[in-house]
Design a protein around this ligand. Structure first.
Ligand code: AMP
Length: 210
């Protein structure tokens, strides 16, 4: 199954992508995580992306399209994949279509802006493995430490409140039009993001298995 998860930054796509990844045994591909990894290892692509990412802007289409092209030909993608954070613009969605990738389902996780702002200010990520936590909704077992790899939990630079506001603006102008794009292809289902992660997961699975 080839799945796209749409939704504003902080709508919970990453967390849900992990759940589906385990349930269907297909990889979750997050362009954000791939870029952050490139940034950490200091590759040319990482350096190119750094300033865009830290200011809350989108990385240029050709860079992220290149990342996806390389990733989805890998062996683990042969039975499908979940795209988390790609596409984020109409040209990116068109590029996917041009690659001949047939997407089965697109699920949009809807969360109001005010809630997003609240969630993102409490989000913490592991600096080692990238796992995501929240000070209120998804606490680690030991404060400040990753359950999975014992790495240190930090706040992403782009989760700072002023950057969150610009990321939401970018989401509304560049990414939201994708709902219409996939609605027209008959692939879109909208799921309301719930307070409890498990409740959103249940709705998401219902949408995928409908
Ligand atoms: P995320 O972790 O998905 O919120 O992505 C973090 C940042 O990475 C975004 O704010 C962008 O700067 C960049 N990024 C990730 N995916 C894309 C994409 N598909 N198109 C453009 N920029 C992206």
């Amino acid at each position: 199954m080839k799945i796209i998860l749409l939704g504003a930054p902080g709508a919970g796509k990453g967390t849900q992508a992990e759940v589906i990844c385990n349930r269907y045994n297909i990889p979750a591909i997050s362009t954000g995580n791939i870029i952050r990894e490139a940034l950490k290892t200091g590759t040319e692509m990482g350096l190119k992306a750094k300033s865009y990412m830290e200011s809350g802007a989108l990385v240029p289409d050709e860079v992220v399209i290149g990342i996806i092209k390389e990733r989805i030909v890998k062996d683990d993608c042969k039975d499908g994949f979940i795209l988390d954070g790609f596409p984020r613009t109409i040209p990116q969605a068109e590029a996917l279509d041009k690659m001949g990738i047939v997407i089965d389902k697109v699920v949009d996780i809807e969360v109001p802006d005010e809630k997003i702002i609240n969630r993102m200010s409490g989000r913490r990520v592991c600096e080692k493995c990238g796992a995501s936590y929240h000070l209120e909704y998804k606490k680690p077992k030991v404060e400040g430490i990753c359950d999975a790899c014992s790495g240190t939990l930090i706040q992403r630079k782009d989760d700072h409140p002023d950057t969150v506001k610009s990321r939401l603006d970018v989401y509304h102008s560049e990414t939201e039009p994708l709902k219409d794009y996939y609605e027209k292809q008959g692939k879109l289902t909208v799921v309301e993001g719930q307070e409890e992660i498990e409740d959103t997961t249940r709705l998401l699975i219902e949408a995928l298995e409908a």
